[in-house]
Design a protein around this ligand. Structure first.
Ligand SMILES: Cc1cc2nc3c(=O)[nH]c(=O)nc-3n(C[C@H](O)[C@H](O)[C@H](O)COP(=O)(O)OP(=O)(O)OC[C@H]3O[C@@H](n4cnc5c(N)ncnc54)[C@H](O)[C@@H]3O)c2cc1C
Length: 288
């Protein structure tokens, strides 16, 4: 059931990070429940990851159990204007499924890598769209039991959701999205436009974990980093992208500690030069 000492670098988009003591990729809710109960019974910490596109896992890895909800746990269906999907589905695939059924709302998601679980956890969004307002119902596993939240229960805000604040480990297993029937050509045009913008502005050709920092009130991260003269700054193979200062990219051999060092240099410089505190958007997990 579990793999031991599993290298997590291979399941993150940045490609850095140490091993998980126990690693499992469930393919259904029963397996999720069993794995959570195993961790609870053995008093082991449990960490949930999706496609690892928003993660910086430290070089010492993650103790206890790491549960990855990805390809083996990907099923989706559409009924009327409701799209129901398990959280191992890629967010971009869900967006394309909506297009196929002439449903609008998920156009912004077409270029966002990662899974539906990560998207719900992070309240992922782009170009004015966000997953939070589209959520009709969430199914989750908590303390080895299945539960549900409806629209009113799922509070979200910029890159923040109820899942992040729950006292008990909450594993999102399924999401129901309410979308709007629209003409396919309108949806497609919007998707193509957003993809073009993304490719021209973001360093999608290099490994990264997306935007490193949350947008501070009244500022944009990329221009602040550019003004501070930090574009192109390197620690090992970790580099501040010259294309978009908000992205840290992997340009060669590097370790998580290189990215962590780069993050703290940027935070210090931006605080000193502009009195702005940058809070990481990426989730930093594990131990040094
Ligand atoms: C090139 C690039 C561009 C990006 N562009 C955007 C963008 O435009 N907008 C945006 O919002 N993000 C963007 N991202 C970040 C990332 O793709 C999204 O946040 C994505 O939704 C994360 O999904 P994931 O499956 O990779 O989650 P992971 O990175 O694996 O996990 C992220 C967090 O979600 C939690 N989590 C994951 N699955 C579950 C689950 N089933 N239940 C409970 N918790 C869970 C994890 O514990 C972790 O804390 C970008 C990333 C890259 C690399």
């Amino acid at each position: 059931m579990f793999q031991r000492n599993f290298s997590l670098a291979q399941v993150t988009s940045l490609g850095v990070g140490g091993p998980a003591d126990y690693f499992i990729q469930p393919s259904n809710v029963d397996e999720i429940i069993l794995a959570q109960r195993f961790a609870l019974d053995k008093n082991l910490p449990l960490t949930i990851i999706g496609y690892g596109t928003n993660l910086l896992i430290r070089d010492g890895g993650i103790r206890g159990v790491v549960m990855r909800l990805a390809e083996p746990f990907a099923k989706a269906k559409v009924k009327s204007n409701f799209l129901t999907a398990t959280t191992g589905c890629l967010f971009s695939s869900i967006s394309k499924l909506a297009l196929h059924h002439n449903l609008s709302g998920l156009e912004f998601a077409v270029g966002i890598p990662g899974g539906l679980g990560g998207a719900a956890f992070m309240n992922a969004g782009a170009y004015g769209g966000e997953i939070g307002p589209l959520i009709h119902e969430i199914e989750f596993v908590q303390n080895g039991e299945v539960g549900r939240w409806c629209k009113e229960d799922f509070s979200f805000s910029y890159r923040s959701s109820r899942i992040q604040k729950e006292q008990h480990m909450t594993i999102v297993s399924q999401v129901v999205l309410e979308l709007l029937p629209t003409n396919k050509s309108i949806i497609l045009e919007k998707m193509n436009d957003l993809q073009t913008q993304r490719r021209s502005k973001q360093p999608v050709e290099y490994p990264s974990a997306g935007s490193t920092f949350k947008r501070p009130t009244g500022h944009y991260v990329g221009p602040l980093i550019e003004k501070a003269g930090l574009k192109g700054l390197r620690v090992g193979g970790a580099e501040v992208s010259c294309k978009h200062g908000g992205f840290l990219i992997k340009t060669g051999e590097s370790r998580a500690c290189d990215f962590l060092k780069l993050i703290s240099i940027i935070q210090k410089e931006i605080l000193e030069q502009f009195s702005v505190e940058l809070e990481p958007e990426i989730r930093i997990l594990g131990e040094d």
